[in-house]
Design a protein around this ligand. Structure first.
Ligand code: EPU
Length: 423
């Protein structure tokens, strides 16, 4: 298994470019199932999760490939023949976002058989709201042998009121509603930029969606959609992670392609901590003093502070002056990075869904283990500041959601490299 080996202490300087957004790419690739023909997606990040989604689509009979050579960021998904509308356990267990094929499959092919995703490192993560939404559109749903089986000759528009705000749940039901007969009103929807982006793509394909990015989305069903050519928006969580890298190193970095409006809550917290954040042509700059102040953080749904940035901000709070209270309100088990940060010398106490972080003067490098995607990012951020050598193992978690993070940090001046395990 690969590991990241780093030595802390360098201030990061320069410019870095953000890749396309993982959490937009995954539903958008699945949305290609809604039309006959080949859709082309650009700015698709080269990530393990994207490779898994392409594999899920190929398993069903789609032509789904990343173009190589000069067009590495381009993926084509072709629906050109018979489709087997099934996502098997082996793939869904490696990536729960595979469940995003459920809505398009039942809408387009009248049936779907998709393995139930189990719990994962950060929480139980049920899909009851996805199923509630599809049922409201007339799908007949059964759970057998660990699979969700959904059927509907023709979905019909209806009202869906989500009990819980869910990102992929909103996306799954939206992708089903576009081909349902009549009007669907979705209430209490997630408002993430990735949902607006999905709606943008679906509308380009011929869908009639209004209100994406607000809590009420209205869809007028259409009879069919056509393939699309679309460049995916930049990843706000990767951008946020790079801003924190600048902050924790006391550096000055321009994060190119970062969209400030997608990062309001993160920008507020970094400013409160003492950083100077400025929107510049083509990106967002973070300039940091060597010592920052503690800030309190409460994760909530967008536009609140994102749970996907909680671990990274916690790394920053470990070396900030004062005491920070961090409350995680989205997932019940998203403090797995805490014991690993302790190994680097952090002072953190967890009680329930709250962590109290007392800033320390120095962290000291150590071998640590990544437990999930954002946890691995937080360990690398802490390693940027820790004295001496930090080895982060299990970096396959990192590769699910960051495109060559170590190369981007090295180009900014970090002493960091990947050590590839010999087979
Ligand atoms: N929930 C339910 N029932 C459902 C769906 C969700 O109770 O049917 C609960 C979840 O258990 C959780 C909360 O609702 O407590 C929010 O979960 P949500 O469904 O919004 O999460 P998700 O759609 O599974 C997406 C991102 C995650 C990100 C969350 C929250 C994708 C592919 N994944 O997951 O991204 O943390 O929204 O913003 O979009 C990551 O990139 O590291 C990551 C985990």
């Amino acid at each position: 298994m690969d590991k990241i080996v780093m030595k802390g202490g360098a201030e990061l300087h320069g410019e870095v470019v953000v890749s396309g957004a993982k959490n937009a790419a995954l539903p958008i690739l699945a949305s290609a199932l809604l039309a006959d023909g080949t859709s082309t997606f650009r700015n698709v990040p080269d990530l393990a999760d994207v490779a898994t989604m392409l594999k899920v689509l190929r398993t069903m009979g789609c032509d789904a490939e990343r173009l190589t050579a000069r067009k590495k960021d381009v993926c084509e998904v072709g629906v050109n023949g018979a489709i087997t509308p099934e996502a098997p356990y082996d793939l869904v267990k490696t990536m729960r976002a595979s469940v995003l094929v459920l809505g398009p499959l039942v809408a387009r092919f009248g049936r779907a058989r998709v393995s139930m995703p189990g719990g994962c490192a950060i929480g139980a993560r049920p899909i009851d709201q996805h199923l509630k939404g599809l049922k409201a559109l007339g799908a007949d749903i059964h759970l057998t042998e660990g699979y969700v089986e959904a059927r509907a000759k023709q979905l019909k528009g209806g009202t869906v009121n989500f009990d819980v705000i869910t990102v992929t749940g909103t996306e799954n039901v939206l992708m089903a509603a576009v081909l349902a007969k009549g009007r669907t009103v979705m209430e209490n929807c997630a408002r993430e930029p990735e949902i607006e982006e999905l709606a943008r793509v679906l509308n380009k394909m011929g869908a009639r969606i209004e209100g994406a990015g607000t809590s009420i989305i209205t869809v007028e069903g259409v009879e069919g959609l056509t393939p699309v050519d679309h460049a995916i928006l930049p990843d706000r969580i990767e951008a946020g992670t790079l801003l924190v890298a600048a902050a924790i190193s006391g550096g000055n970095v321009l994060v190119k392609h970062a969209v400030p409006e997608h990062l309001d809550a993160v920008i507020d917290k970094l400013r409160e901590a003492g950083c100077t954040l400025t929107a510049e042509a083509g990106g967002l700059r973070c300039k940091a003093p060597r010592t920052l102040h503690s800030v309190n953080i409460t994760t909530t749904e967008h536009p609140g502070f994102p749970t996907d940035m909680q671990a990274q901000l916690m790394a920053l709070m470990c070396v900030s002056h004062g005491t920070s209270v961090i409350s995680e309100n989205i997932f019940e088990n998203r403090f797995m990075h805490v014991p690993e940060l302790h190994r680097l010398g952090a002072d953190i106490t967890v009680q329930g869904h709250t962590a109290v972080v007392k800033g320390v003067k120095t962290l000291s490098g150590a071998p640590v283990m990544a437990t999930d995607l954002r946890a691995s990012a937080s360990l690398i951020l802490a390693g940027l500041r820790a004295e001496g050598r930090t080895d982060v193992s299990r970096v396959y978690h990192l590769d699910r959601g960051y495109e060559r993070l170590e190369r981007k940090l090295r180009a900014l001046g970090a002493d960091i490299k990947r050590v590839t395990a010999k087979a």
